[in-house]
Design a protein around this ligand. Structure first.
Ligand SMILES: NC(=O)c1ccc[n+]([C@@H]2O[C@H](COP(=O)([O-])OP(=O)(O)OC[C@H]3O[C@@H](n4cnc5c(N)ncnc54)[C@H](OP(=O)(O)O)[C@@H]3O)[C@@H](O)[C@H]2O)c1
Length: 308
C-alpha cells in the first residue's frame, strides 16, 4: 500500500509517499518515516487521519494495523503528521523534577547559606527542622524510586520543554520552603502539633505508596498501558486516592513546620492535582459507561471526600 504523509496544511512530509506491505502497522509507518527523516524518531511523531471538518482527529495508535483505519480500499492512504518536538522518557522527566528538591533542601539545612542573606553563619537547629529535612528527603527519594520501580506509564515520552517547566515548579518551591523552614529566625510550633503533623504525614506517605502499588497492579508488564477501574483500599471510595494521600501528607508536613511557603505549595499542588483528578475521573466514567458489555464506573469521590 502507498501512504502519503502530509502536514496539517497539506504539505508532503515524505516526498513521493511511503510503500508498505498490506499488513503494515502504525509502528511500521512511524519507523519508515524515521528512516527517511532521521530527526523524526517514532516518539516524536503524532499521526492522525485527515479531518475534513472541526472536531478531534483520530489518532493512529501503536500496534494497530493501518488497514483498520481506512474503511474503503483506497489506492493511496493519507495520514497527517505532527512533529511533537524533542521528547524525553517519562522516567527522565520525573527524575529531574524530584532530584532538585532532594538535593536543594539539605543545602539550607547543612550549609551556612544564611550568611549570604545577612544572618550570622552559626544558627540553632531545632529538632523539628531536622525531622522536616529527613521527611522531605524521604518523600522525594520515595518518588524517584517509585518512578523507576513502581509506576507503569502508558506514555513512553513527554516533550522536553516539560522538563524545564516542571523543574522550575519543583526546584523553586523546594528552595523557598527550605529557606523558610531552616531559617535562623524560625519559630517551631508546639511539640504536640509537630507530632500530629509528622504522624499524619508518615501515615499518608505509606498509604500513598500502597496506592501506587495498587495502580501498578492494574497494568501487566509490557502491556499496552490501557486504563482499568482502580479498586481496593482508598480507591474503593475515591478515584485518585494517590493524590488524596499526597495532599494529606503535605498537609501533615505543613502542620508540623507551619510556613506560608509550605502552605502555598500545598494550595498550588492541590489545585493542580484536583484538575488532573477531575480529568481522570471523567475519562474513567467515559471508558466504563456500562454500555455494550463494558462495566459501569462505580460512584466515587474524585479526590477529596467529603468535598469533591
Ligand atoms: N505534589 C505535587 O504537586 C504532585 C503532583 C502530581 C503528582 N504527585 C505525586 O506523584 C505521583 C504520580 O503522579 P501521576 O500524576 O503520574 O499519577 P497518576 O497519573 O495517577 O498515576 C500513576 C501511575 O498509575 C497509572 N494509572 C493511573 N490510573 C490508572 C488506571 N485507572 N489504570 C491503569 N493505570 C493507571 C498511571 O498511568 P499513565 O502513565 O497512563 O498516567 C501512572 O503510570 C502521585 O500519585 C503523587 O503522589 C505530586
Amino acid at each position: 500500500m502507498k501512504v502519503s504523509v502530509v502536514s496539517r496544511s497539506g504539505r508532503e512530509i515524505i516526498k513521493g509517499g511511503i510503500d508498505l506491505s498490506d499488513n503494515a502497522t502504525v509502528d511500521d509507518l512511524k519507523s519508515s518515516i524515521h528512516q527517511r527523516v532521521k530527526k523524526y524518531y517514532p516518539a516524536r511523531q503524532r499521526l492522525t487521519l485527515p479531518q475534513p471538518g472541526k472536531g478531534k482527529p483520530v489518532v493512529l495508535e501503536r500496534g494497530k494495523r493501518l488497514k483498520d483505519y481506512f474503511e474503503k480500499d483506497e489506492g493511496k492512504l493519507v495520514v497527517v503528521f505532527k512533529d511533537l518536538g524533542p521528547q524525553v522518557a517519562y522516567s527522565t522527566l520525573f527524575f529531574w523534577e524530584y532530584v532538585g528538591p532532594l538535593f536543594i533542601y539539605p543545602i539550607f539545612y547543612y550549609f551556612p547559606v544564611y550568611k549570604y542573606f545577612g544572618y550570622p553563619a552559626e544558627r540553632v537547629i531545632h529538632p523539628v527542622q531536622t525531622y522536616a529535612m529527613y521527611y522531605w528527603c524521604f518523600h522525594y527519594a520515595k518518588r524517584i524510586l517509585e518512578t523507576f520501580f513502581v509506576h507503569r506509564f502508558s506514555h513512553a515520552t513527554s516533550p522536553l520543554s516539560n522538563v524545564f517547566r516542571n523543574c522550575c515548579y519543583y526546584w523553586t518551591f523546594g528552595a523557598v520552603i527550605a529557606y523558610f523552614v531552616n531559617h535562623p529566625l524560625y519559630t517551631p510550633v508546639s511539640e504536640k502539633q509537630i507530632k500530629i503533623g509528622f504522624g499524619l504525614g508518615i501515615v499518608c506517605q505509606v498509604a500513598n505508596f500502597y496506592c501506587h502499588i495498587l495502580l501498578r497492579n492494574l497494568r501487566i508488564p509490557g502491556g499496552k498501558g490501557g486504563y482499568q477501574i482502580p479498586g481496593g483500599f482508598l480507591f474503593n471510595i475515591v478515584t485518585c486516592a494517590n493524590y488524596t494521600t499526597e495532599i494529606y501528607q503535605w498537609l501533615g508536613f505543613n502542620i508540623a513546620t507551619q510556613t506560608v511557603a509550605g502552605y502555598t505549595f500545598l494550595a498550588v499542588a492541590t489545585f493542580i492535582m484536583t484538575n488532573w483528578a477531575l480529568a481522570k475521573h471523567r475519562r474513567l466514567k467515559k471508558l466504563f459507561d456500562g454500555k455494550d458489555g463494558r462495566p459501569k464506573y462505580p460512584r466515587r469521590w474524585v479526590i477529596l471526600p467529603p468535598f469533591l
